[in-house]
Design a protein around this ligand. Structure first.
Ligand code: EPU
Length: 440
């Protein structure tokens, strides 16, 4: 276990390159179960979740080699279509192997997935949809496993009652080898899903996003290997953009993907300059304006961005609000920012029909959660001893410590390592004073 020691107050300046998207890499690795031919995946981030996924796949007969950002994977056989709890519980996407395993082997035993605790995070929408395709799946609460069986997955028309990003992907991964046509209505629109679709189509799948929210998949009998380069991680870019502004710095982001950041950039005027198609400059420039943000699925303001945005809003002159609508509990960083002097209070936004409005299952929401925070700024943040509770909250606390006065200690660094590649080494090249130290 490591911690970060951060001495804040240095404007970050220089050049940084965004690595490949975690939330694509993990799904394309799952896709390796769909073929017995080798896949060469490029631009894979070197993060803990990728290594956890390779362990999950190893148990399922996938051999892998990692050479920098290139990962070669080859699946030959499934010794047993079961993911052990201790391996699968480490990451949420481990549950996604259920689709390929059911499609190819007619059975799958997968543990209730782990990952960031942002509320209940059930996978009921995935399971119900797989049942519509002919799978028989039951959850055993005594051992924490989903037991799935099928005589063969068949196409179906599935209409998700509510948006689900990995649910949409899980169904695509199940449907590519199913018999007949699958239609996903009310499918999620995240650009990461389309990158997975491109890779699968390159492997011989027949998938088409017919309209923004309808995806049609015609099952094929087999897929072949491919070589694929993953799109840049838009969450990393947002983190670096905010790092530039909040430290009063000036950062040139390479491998930038502005077209996927519209909802973010529309709030960020005055701090951005387009250099060329894949290079963007972000810089601190004059006052930071307060804002009212409501998170949403794509193409809205991503839930992953609200935590770093909250740090930025501590520096805005006036009152800002953030309304989290996707997850029921994604404000774990608030108590930590308050230790640094941030003026933040929870509130309960009034909405019509919360059961329809929110993306999570409102009826199962734990009493005591709040969906809104109100931030009064500007407040000069000061050093503190901090604890990371989830991945994006981790990046947030690093941003806060980089902009604060004095020396902060951040515990729980393994959460950041799950999704950000060597973050401390990369921001150090921008001038940040941050060290990784072994916990005593
Ligand atoms: N939900 C259910 N039942 C389901 C599926 C989802 O109740 O069967 C709820 C979730 O608990 C959540 C909401 O519906 O409240 C939306 O969930 P969704 O399935 O869309 O999100 P996810 O697939 O769990 C992915 C990313 C998240 C990202 C969201 C939104 C991956 C591995 N995770 O989560 O990324 O925030 O979509 O785009 O792709 C991260 O990278 O740190 C991260 C959490």
């Amino acid at each position: 276990m490591d911690k970060f020691i951060v001495n804040g107050g240095v404007p970050l300046k220089g050049e940084i390159t965004v690595v490949g998207a975690k939330n694509v890499a993990l799904k394309i690795l799952v896709a390796s179960l769909l073929t017995d031919e080798e896949m060469v995946i490029r631009n894979v981030p070197q993060i803990r979740d990728v290594f956890f996924m390779l362990e999950v796949l190893k148990v399922l007969g996938v051999e892998s080699t990692v050479d920098g950002h290139t990962v070669r994977v080859k699946h030959t056989h499934v010794p047993k279509a079961k993911v052990p709890l201790e391996v699968g519980a480490r990451l949420r996407t481990s549950s996604m192997v259920i689709g390929p395993l059911l499609a190819r082997y007619g059975e799958a035993t997968t543990p209730n997935p782990g990952g960031c605790r942002l509320g209940a995070r059930p996978i009921d929408r995935h399971i119900d949809a797989l049942k519509d395709m002919g799978a028989d799946i039951s959850y055993h609460s005594d051992d924490g496993y989903f037991y799935g069986k099928t005589d063969g997955l068949h196409g179906a028309t599935i209409s998700f009652a509510k948006n689900t990003h990995t649910g949409t992907e899980t169904l695509i991964l199940a449907a590519v080898l199913a018999r007949g046509r699958t239609i996903l209505e009310n499918a999620a629109q995240e650009v990461e899903i389309d990158d997975l679709i491109s890779c699968l189509n390159q492997m011989g799948a027949k998938i088409k996003r017919e309209t923004a929210r309808r995806i049609v998949i015609d099952g094929v009998s087999a897929l072949h290997g491919t070589e694929y380069s993953i799109m840049p991680d838009r969450n990393e870019e947002v983190t670096f953009a905010i790092a530039a502004v909040i430290t009063g710095g000036d950062i040139l982001v390479k491998n930038s993907s502005r077209k996927n950041l519209d909802a973010f950039l529309s709030q960020f005027a005055g701090h951005v300059e387009t250099i060329d198609e894949t290079t963007t400059r972000y810089f601190g420039n004059g006052p930071i304006l307060p804002s009212d943000i409501s998170t949403a699925q794509y193409p809205g303001f991503m839930t992953d961005w609200q935590a770093p945005w909250a740090v930025l809003m501590t520096q805005a002159a006036g009152v800002s609000t953030i309304h989290e609508t996707v997850f029921e509990s994604r404000f774990s960083y608030v108590s930590e920012l308050k230790k640094m002097g941030a003026d933040i209070e929870f509130f309960d936004p009034v909405v019509d029909k919360p059961e329809d409005f929110y993306n999570f299952n409102w009826a199962d929401r734990v009493a005591g959660y709040h969906q809104g925070i109100r931030i009064k700024g500007p407040t000069k943040l000061h050093n503190a001893v901090l604890k990371i509770n989830d991945l994006r909250a981790g990046a947030t606390l690093i941003l806060a410590a980089l902009s604060a006065s004095g020396e902060s200690t951040i515990h729980g660094v393994e959460q950041v390592d799950r999704g950000y590649e060597k973050i401390e080494e990369r921001v150090r090249e921008l001038g940040a004073r941050i060290e990784r130290v072994k916990e005593d």
